[in-house]
Write a protein that binds this ligand. Structure first.
Ligand code: SAH
Length: 361
């Protein structure tokens, strides 16, 4: 039994079942036993791999996207360059290298990383030791009345979600409790019906047939409203890349992986990565309600192609040995092909109102 399992069992015995969001928050972020708190889960030797770890071109293109938009804003000095959940720091390192041909951009950038994992923060400190970087635990801890350029790759899918299931008489919240037969955890439902959160109640999800499951991510919506408030006041742009659906949908999207293989969500909490699809429609509604412009979501494949991923990959392959050439080409294909990450992953941008449309949209 994992340390977290022991603690969660004691908590459930005294307080009753947890919501799926409470379970996910503990499994990922418990200060002692949480998945992200004690290990580097990324890369081939870890549990999953992300776009910046697949090819350097991903971070380079996102860096150039920021540089291009900074110019559109009239090259403000200073401005905030922020990344949410930067993992190993690879994306930011590749981005900063790609924009280094413009020293004015680098001099004006106040780089902030929003990270809550001590292990990954140590990685980021190492990779970015040449740059002046400020670390914070959430977007609302970043101050400065200046424009913002923000990147977030696979950050929102790691934020806890609540799940609701349609019963014959209405919606119930899905919970995680103790299974008296097996001694493990199991899903159950609240005894009484609950009202669906406003953002879901207003969509077609509300009329789903019995048995349907739907999800809401309060942390994602809070992030979006903090971000929108900042963009509304001081201008700038944010680029969110993640996997998810363009319209609020029905379905249980909670998933767990370990060692690059799917595993059960309720098994070995603290040792598996748990994520849920991002509901881009809910994010769009939150942003539009704050008067912010939304661009996309569009497929990661289309977005990266229009930023020139193929041309840059060809350019890089010209000066490297055969094996690296293959890695670069297959990495590019993995990010853009429909069968791999090209369609499931989406790019989504937000800008202050009356600002130009960002590159790629
Ligand atoms: N963006 C990186 C890593 C994605 S994994 C990449 O593409 O490789 C998710 C990242 O978000 C990790 O760095 C994790 O520690 C961070 N994270 C997860 N939940 C967080 C939270 N609530 N606050 C801040 N960072 C968080």
């Amino acid at each position: 039994m994992t340390g977290l399992e022991t603690e969660l069992r004691a908590r459930m015995k005294s307080e009753g079942p947890l919501t799926v969001a409470q379970y996910m928050a503990a499994a990922l972020g418990h200060p002692e036993f949480g998945y992200y708190m004690k290990r580097d889960p990324l890369g081939r030797a870890g549990d999953f791999i992300t776009a910046p770890e697949i090819t350097q071109v991903f971070g380079e293109l996102l860096g150039l996207w920021c540089l291009d938009y900074w110019r559109c804003l009239g090259s403000p000095d200073p401005f905030l360059l922020v990344e949410m959940g930067p993992g190993r720091g690879t994306l930011m390192a590749d981005a900063l290298r790609a924009v280094s041909m413009n020293p004015d951009f680098l001099a004006a950038a106040r780089v902030h990383l929003v990270e809550n994992s001590p292990v990954l923060r140590a990685h980021q400190e190492e990779v970015l030791h040449d740059h002046e970087v400020v670390w914070v635990e959430s977007l609302d801890r970043i101050f400065g009345e200046v424009p913002l350029l923000l990147m977030a790759n696979e950050f929102l899918d790691a934020l806890p979600v609540h799940q609701f299931q349609r019963a014959a008489d209405g919606w119930r919240e899905r919970l995680v409790g103790l299974d008296s037969e097996t001694g493990g955890f199991r899903f159950l439902l609240t005894e009484g019906t609950v009202s669906l959160p406003e953002t879901l109640a207003a969509t077609e999800v509300a009329d789903a047939p019995p048995g349907s499951i739907t999800e809401i991510c309060p942390g994602g919506l809070t992030f979006l409203s903090d971000l929108s408030a900042r963009l509304g006041c001081y201008g700038g742009a944010a680029l969110v890349v993640d996997y998810g659906y363009a319209r609020s949908a029905i379905g249980d999207t909670l998933q767990a992986v370990r060692g690059h293989c799917p595993c059960a969500v309720l098994e070995a909490p603290g040792y598996t990565d748990i994520t849920a699809h991002v509901d881009f429609a809910a994010l769009t509604t939150t942003a539009l309600d704050s008067g912010i412009h939304v661009h996309g979501p569009l497929s990661q494949g289309a977005f990266l192609r229009s930023l020139g991923i193929e041309a840059r990959t060809v350019q890089l392959t010209e000066s490297v040995p055969e094996k690296e050439r293959w890695l670069l080409k297959s990495g590019c294909q993995r990010l853009i092909s429909e069968e791999e990450m090209g369609t499931l992953f989406k790019a989504f941008a937000l800008t202050g109102s009356s600002q130009p449309v960002p590159a790629g949209f």
